[in-house]
Design a protein around this ligand. Structure first.
Ligand code: 2AM
Length: 495
């Protein structure tokens, strides 16, 4: 019997993301073979492809048949849990692979694991890509943002497929060859860190509007819908508006009010903050969003603390009352501006983290291009990413987004509103760690002189760490304590 035509690409790992990405690829006209350890998911995927009008998708229960069903050089996307499952899946498949074939890991993998696997694959002549995939289930099916890094050849082998499968925006498909090594995974990690920041900032805007402004869920839905038609237009703002509209099927009011205030996480936000610390890059907004998730997890402790501190005389009502009545319309407008300005600072941190890593690793990341591929498909997709792209196009060595002339002008226009919102929140006892972190980042970065002189003096006093001077070159050490005593004595002598 003649063998069937070979598939252009393979996909192993058929949880929801994998199924959806496979269907997306098939729908774009690329014959695809699929495989999963548990074979029922293979059959499920084949049935879905049939349901969707007979997409060119072919299921295999045996890893050997799966690999041999692919045209050479073979390209196989793996979408299984990050870590050991990826190694196990590679081991299962690579026995049947040949030199020039490529493995593409689409999971949220730690970038160093990808770099290890690149080295492990190379003696067998196998190519390797670590590809960030963002957009959730819907994105995988309709068009995700793809961040592939690793072997350039492996990318070139599937560039036509990835370009069709990715989300499409006005300036092209949301995919680019990110860079060598683990660059794709690293960029996806920072994307997720930025996503943490965005979600935190939105939750703070919600808290201020609800707690200080007294807005109802209906009001909030309307406001977020309105914001989504302006400069804040983005996936996260859009879904937030929808969330406020959903009624609770088990009781009165809206579902959002019934959700336990404890945030889950899977680790990419923590990695982002760890990397920021490793690289000595300030990422306070992203760190604040991570810290807030940790604090949210202490639900029982927080409830107990609320009781203890209420007993001690700190009351939410009194704090709220202390800021008096607010002009709702003004508050809403101020919060929108505070959110936007805070977001710029958060993205500035993420971008600078990417640049620092790029320099350390020699990845040659193109920050403008990364902003472009985030314009569609992914969770942080937003209108303003186009502005970020343009800022880096204007000046590739821009040290910080804040000092791009256009962003600088926007910050100047919004800083009044931003300071009012943060000030009001602090007065009312509403924590806004993300907005505060962004504002502090801004105020620290824009001040040419900081109180770091005093810290240097302290370090020199107790540890002889030396200091530099503003008016002459060199490194100096002073006998601070001795001189202080002498001058004390001197001061005393004049009395
Ligand atoms: P399964 O259906 O056989 O469990 C998400 O869990 C995806 O990762 C699923 O497709 C799952 O396959 C796969 N997966 C998890 N651990 C795996 C492993 N050790 N080897 C192969 N696939 C694995």
């Amino acid at each position: 019997m003649e063998s069937a035509a070979l598939s252009r690409i393979g996909l192993a790992g058929l949880a929801v993301m994998g199924q959806n990405l496979a269907l997306n690829i098939a729908e774009k006209g690329f014959p695809i073979s699929v495989y999963n350890r548990t074979t029922s998911k293979v059959d499920e995927t084949v049935a879905r492809a049939a349901d969707e009008g007979g997409l060119p998708l072919f299921g295999h229960h045996s890893p050997r048949e799966f690999v041999l069903s692919l045209s050479r050089p073979r390209s196989i996307i793996i979408l299984v849990k990050a870590g050991a499952p990826v190694d196990q899946t590679i081991a299962t498949l690579s026995r049947f692979l040949e030199p020039g074939d490529a493995i593409i890991d689409g999971g949220n993998e730690w970038y160093e694991n990808t770099e290890r696997r690149i080295s492990e694959a190379s003696p067998q002549g196998l190519l390797y890509l670590g590809m960030g995939v963002s957009g959730g289930e819907e994105g995988a099916r309709r068009g995700p943002s793809l961040m592939p890094g690793g072997s350039r050849q492996a990318f070139d082998n599937v560039a036509d497929i990835l370009s069709k499968v990715a989300a499409q925006v006005d300036d092209g498909p949301c995919v680019t060859y990110v860079g060598p090594g683990g660059a794709g995974n690293f960029v996806k990690m920072v994307h997720n860190g930025i996503e943490y920041g965005d979600m935190q900032l939105i939750s703070e805007a919600y808290d201020v509007l609800k707690t200080v402004g007294g807005l109802s869920n209906q009001d909030l839905a309307n406001i977020f819908d309105e914001w989504n038609r302006g400069e804040l237009e983005s996936f996260l703002i859009e879904i937030t508006a929808d969330i406020f509209k959903v009624k609770d099927e088990h009781g009165e009011g809206e579902l959002v009010d019934k959700i336990l205030d404890k945030t889950g996480m899977k680790g990419t936000g923590k990695w982002t903050v760890q990397q920021a610390a490793e690289l000595s890059v300030a990422a306070p907004t992203i760190a604040a969003s991570l810290d807030c998730r940790y604090l949210s997890g202490l639900k029982e402790e927080r409830e107990a603390a609320a009781g203890v501190l209420e007993q001690a005389g700190i009351s939410n009502e009194a704090l709220r009352a202390s800021v008096g009545a607010v002009d709702k319309k003004r508050l809403i407008d101020d919060v929108r501006q505070a959110l936007y300005a805070s977001k710029i600072c958060s993205y500035a941190q993420g971008m600078n983290l990417l640049r620092a890593k790029s320099q350390e690793k020699g990845w040659n990341l193109n920050l403008g291009e990364l902003a472009r591929i985030w314009k569609g498909g992914c969770i942080i997709r937003a209108r303003f990413l186009d502005r970020i792209k343009k800022a880096y196009e204007r000046n590739g060595s821009l040290p910080n987004l804040i000092v791009d002339p256009e962003f600088a002008r926007e910050m100047a226009q919004r800083q009044g509103a931003w300071r009012r919102v943060v000030g009001l929140a602090i007065g009312a006892g509403i924590s806004t760690p993300g907005m505060c972190a962004s504002l502090s980042y801004f105020d620290t970065y824009r001040r040419s002189r900081l109180p770091a002189n005093l810290v240097q003096a302290q370090r020199d006093l107790f540890g002889a760490h030396t200091y530099e001077r503003i008016d002459r070159p060199g490194s100096f050490h002073t006998e601070w304590t001795k001189l202080a005593r002498q001058s004390e004595a001197g001061v005393g002598a004049h009395n």
